[in-house]
Write a protein that binds this ligand. Structure first.
Ligand SMILES: NC(=O)C1=CN([C@@H]2O[C@H](COP(=O)(O)OP(=O)(O)OC[C@H]3O[C@@H](n4cnc5c(N)ncnc54)[C@H](OP(=O)(O)O)[C@@H]3O)[C@@H](O)[C@H]2O)C=CC1
Ligand SMILES: O=C(O)CCCC(=O)O
Length: 482
């Protein structure tokens, strides 16, 4: 099955050619569900990345000069290619990432939706005219593509993270070099095949794989790269943002989260439990908008804890290709150790395991879906991103207390709360310091809405009409002698 996936390509795309590393170096890629090798990808150095940037730079004038409708038409062809091959692309995603096939299908559908959205938005990059303070001059504002984009993406959504960056870049008229995550490079490289089949010109999108430092360094230090867009950890994002800012490049940073999920006494219990499962356990908790901390009001705490723990205990864990599985493996041993560490820290400080709490009998990197009651602010997950299937339940008494605790994080990506009180819905949505808020909803990501955070979760927005702004420069034109 592995070798037969027609979208699995073991080369990089540079200037329209599929190539290996200059020195032949490769990286091995492993299926996290089985520990078996899938294949290899090139491990390129700065020279290959510099050639990819040069290819993107050379392709930029012609791509930017196309009308928006021409760019959109090519992007929509890519959407057709994805939809026609969704099953194979989803299988490739599950193979290297581990997520259940149903979730992989959802991600591929989401990738097509992002690309379609931005293809449609390409034709709506409006400028402005501004009333002039001078009788004989006119003031126009036009928008232009920023130029070559360097995109760095993570392993948790190896397809859709590329879609929402490259969709916006292509629509705006930018060209790009993409660096997918080392752990999940094949879904990234498959985008190269998609764009080729759609007829997007050589050099417009280039895809390189390898160790992160040389690729990141080239993106930052090569003057032809005008923008760096990154999704990943706050630690790496902070470092890249600092250096890219010094190099005076445009940057977008989608970084870590520590999402609160507040259940007020007046919540619809069944709805809150369903939302909690979806929000926490999607992708085995490896989503930056996954709930990290559940705050449950005292009056509903026991009922919520019991119903939630029962639902969590029923989640089927296994290989993502197996029917009925809703929890796949964690991405690697490091992630597994990190999750174990959170549980050990919590139980040592008085946390009560309601279900799960240990490695799964399946071995590999499987971890039992876990609920921990009696969580306190002293436990590590109160502060740090878990990125795994562990749900801590904190107890609170008042709305003020819940909002303060939710906002006490350095992160500000997504927050959720459940209430049937309309006034509270508005009030708490406004008081929570997060870029995205779900009210009575646990999963809110869509291509039509702005995705992004505040505080240490970064800046910039992806998806929606706002998603194009990050790829456009504003130019003021003053016409005199009128
Ligand atoms: N916001 C989000 O969506 C994500 C958050 N995270 C958080 O980060 C934690 C660690 O995950 P991890 O995969 O290590 O995240 P990283 O931030 O290390 O990886 C994200 C991307 O950045 C690349 N990268 C890493 N270091 C550099 C560098 N110096 N220069 C340029 N690019 C670099 C990675 O490359 P490579 O793959 O080659 O290392 C990958 O493509 C997770 O447990 C989670 O808490 C992780 C992923 C996504
Ligand atoms: O974890 C991320 O970085 C993206 C989440 C995408 C989604 O919510 O579907």
């Amino acid at each position: 099955m592995v070798a037969k996936n027609p979208w699995l390509v073991e080369a990089n795309l540079i200037g329209g050619a599929w190539v290996g590393a200059d020195d032949g170096a490769t990286l091995a890629v492993v299926n996290p569900a089985t520990g078996e090798g899938i294949g290899t990808v090139p491990s390129v150095g700065r020279a290959e990345v510099a050639r990819a940037v040069a290819a993107a730079d050379a392709a930029f004038p012609a791509w930017a000069a196309k009308t928006a409708a021409e760019r959109a038409a090519l992007m929509l062809k890519a959407v057709e290619v994805i939809r026609a091959n969704a099953e194979d692309l989803a299988a490739l995603l599950t193979l290297e990432q581990g997520k259940p096939l149903a979730e992989a299908r959802g991600e591929i559908a989401g990738s097509a939706a992002y690309l379609q959205w931005f293809a449609e938005e390409a034709r709506r990059v409006y400028g402005d005219t501004i009333p002039s303070p001078w009788a004989d001059r006119r003031i126009l504002v036009i928008k232009e593509p920023v130029g070559v984009v360097g995109a760095i993406t993570p392993w948790n959504f190896p397809s859709s993270m590329i879609a929402r960056k490259i969709g916006a870049a292509l629509a705006a008229g930018c060209t790009a070099v993409v660096k997918p995550a080392e752990l999940t490079p094949y879904s990234g490289l498959a985008w190269g095949l998609v764009f080729e089949r759609a007829g997007i010109p050589a050099g417009v999108v280039n895809i390189v794989t390898g160790k992160p430092a040389p690729i990141g360094d080239e993106f930052i230090e090569n003057p032809a790269v005008r923008k760096v867009t990154f999704t990943g950890s706050t630690a790496v994002g902070r470092q890249l943002a600092g250096r890219a800012t010094t190099a005076l490049k445009r940057i977008s940073m989608e970084l870590g989260g520590n999402a609160p999920f507040i259940v007020f006494d007046d919540a619809d219990l069944d709805r809150a439990v369903a939302g909690a499962i979806a929000s926490k356990f999607r992708n085995s908790g490896q989503t930056c908008v996954c709930t990290n901390r559940f705050f449950v009001q005292a009056g509903i705490y026991d009922a919520f804890a019991a119903a939630f723990a029962a639902a969590v205990a029923a989640l089927k864990v296994g290989d993502g290709f197996e029917a009925g599985v809703v929890q796949g493996p964690l991405i690697d041993g490091r992630a597994l150790a990190k999750v174990e560490g959170f549980v050990a820290d919590a139980t040592a400080k008085g946390g009560r395991v309601l279900t799960g709490g240990a490695r799964h009998a399946l071995g590999q990197t499987f971890f039992q879906p876990t609920v921990i009651a009696d969580a306190t602010a002293e436990m590590a997950f109160a502060r740090d991103e878990i990125f795994g299937p562990v749900a801590p339940l904190f107890r609170f008494e008042t709305e003020d207390e819940a909002v303060a605790a939710a906002n006490s994080s350095e992160y500000g990506l997504a927050g959720y709360f459940y209430t049937r009180d309309l006034a509270r819905a508005f009030r708490v949505a406004e008081r929570l310091k997060f870029g995205q808020i779900g009210v009575n909803e646990g999963v809110i990501t869509t291509e039509v809405a702005p995705f992004g955070g505040v505080k240490s979760s970064g800046f910039g927005r992806e998806g929606s009409k706002y998603g194009l702004d990050d790829y456009l420069d504003v130019k003021y034109v003053c016409i005199g002698g009128v």
